[in-house]
Write a protein that binds this ligand. Structure first.
Ligand SMILES: C[S@@+](CC[C@H](N)C(=O)[O-])C[C@H]1O[C@@H](n2cnc3c(N)ncnc32)[C@H](O)[C@@H]1O
Length: 279
C-alpha cells in the first residue's frame, strides 16, 4: 500500500515534540563548548600580569551570543565591551537571552555590532578576544594577516590580542567524538580534512535520551592552522611579542584548565591553547 506524503506530514504534526524539537541550539552550544567565566578570568589575569594594570575595554570578535561580553561587563562597573558578529540571528538571540539578564547599567556598557570583524571600526580597546577558533574561517595567509592587522590597529598602544587554537594529531583525522552531558550528548564531527589545502569541515550534532537528534546544529568550514603559522602571521602583522599559553595536566590524561607560557608544548593527541599577542 502506498504511503501518502500528506499522511506522513499529519502524523509528524500530531506526534509529541521530541527533546530535539524542544531544545535550543544556542543553549546547547554554550553548555557544551563555552566557559566564559574561565575565558574572562584568563583575559583579566594575563593582561594584569603582562601590563601591570587592569584591562577595562574588551572587544569580543565572532561573539555569537555575546556571552563573554556579558560576563566581562558583569565583572566590574569600569568595564566595557563590544561584541562583533555578522549573523543577525545569533545577535538577536544574545540580546533576547543573554543581554536581557544584565542590569540596565551593565547593558549600557555593552555594544553589539552586526559587522564583519575584518572591517568593523571600534574605539581603541585594551583587549580583543577571538575564541573557539573562529578566526580559522580565514583560509589564506593574506586574509588572516589582513584580519590580524585590523585587530592590531583596533588596540590601544599597550593592547593585547588573545586567541585560542586547537591541534594535536587527532585534529587531522576524520572522526567523531561524543561527550555525554546530563540531558544530551554533544558530538564533535571532523567530517573532512584535506591535507593539501589544510581545509577542514566540522559539524556539531546533539543527541538526546529519547533518541532524537539535532544534526548539523553548527557547521564550520575552516583551515586547520598550526601554532607556528599563527605566531608567524601575528608577528608579521606587527605584534611585538607572541606567547603561547599551554594547558597543564590534571594527572589523569586531561587538561587542568591552567594555562602558562610555554615555548615548546607537548605532542598530545588533542590540545587547546591560548595565544597572547602584545601590541
Ligand atoms: C564558533 S562561533 C563562536 C562563538 C563564540 N565566540 C565562542 O567563543 O564560542 C563563530 C561565530 O563567528 C561569526 N562569524 C563568522 N565569520 C565572521 C566574520 N567575518 N565577522 C564576524 N563574525 C563572523 C558567526 O556568525 C558565529 O556566530
Amino acid at each position: 500500500m502506498a504511503v501518502r506524503k500528506q499522511d506522513v506530514a499529519e502524523q509528524v504534526a500530531r506526534r509529541a515534540p521530541t527533546m530535539a524539537d524542544l531544545a535550543d541550539r544556542h543553549e546547547l552550544y554554550e553548555d557544551s563548548v563555552q566557559n566564559v567565566e574561565e575565558e574572562c578570568e584568563f583575559v583579566s589575569t594575563t593582561f594584569r600580569e603582562i601590563r601591570g594594570r587592569d584591562a577595562h575595554s574588551f572587544r569580543e570578535d565572532f561573539c555569537g551570543t555575546a556571552s563573554a561580553s556579558c560576563e566581562w561587563v558583569r565583572q566590574g562597573p569600569e568595564r566595557s565591551a563590544f561584541g562583533v558578529d555578522l549573523e543577525p540571528e545569533v545577535l538577536a538571540w544574545g540580546r533576547d537571552n543573554r543581554l536581557n539578564r544584565l542590569t540596565d547599567e551593565q547593558r549600557a556598557r555593552l555594544v553589539l555590532l552586526e559587522s564583519d570583524v575584518m572591517t568593523v571600526e571600534t574605539p581603541p580597546v585594551d583587549v580583543v578576544g577571538a575564541f573557539n577558533f573562529s578566526y580559522f574561517i580565514f583560509k589564506s595567509r593574506a586574509l588572516m594577516k589582513q584580519y590580524f592587522e585590523s585587530v592590531y590597529r583596533s588596540l590601544k598602544d599597550d593592547g593585547v590580542f588573545i586567541l585560542d587554537a586547537f591541534g594535536g594529531y587527532e585534529a587531522f583525522e576524520e572522526m567523531k567524538e561524543k561527550t555525554k552531558y546530563e540531558n544530551f550528548s554533544y558530538i564533535w564531527d571532523q567530517a573532512k580534512y584535506y591535507p593539501v589545502t589544510g581545509e577542514m569541515l566540522c559539524h556539531i550534532h546533539f543527541k538526546f535520551p529519547d533518541g532524537s537528534k539535532m544534526k548539523k546544529a553548527f557547521t564550520y568550514d575552516w583551515r586547520l592552522w598550526t601554532l607556528p603559522e599563527v605566531r608567524e602571521m601575528l608577528e608579521e602583522s606587527g605584534f611585538r611579542k607572541v606567547t603561547v599559553y599551554w594547558e597543564g595536566d590534571d594527572g589523569d590524561g586531561g587538561g587542568d584548565g591552567v594555562f602558562t607560557p610555554d615555548d615548546k608544548g607537548e605532542a598530545d593527541a588533542g590540545w587547546i591553547a591560548y595565544i597572547v599577542a602584545e601590541r
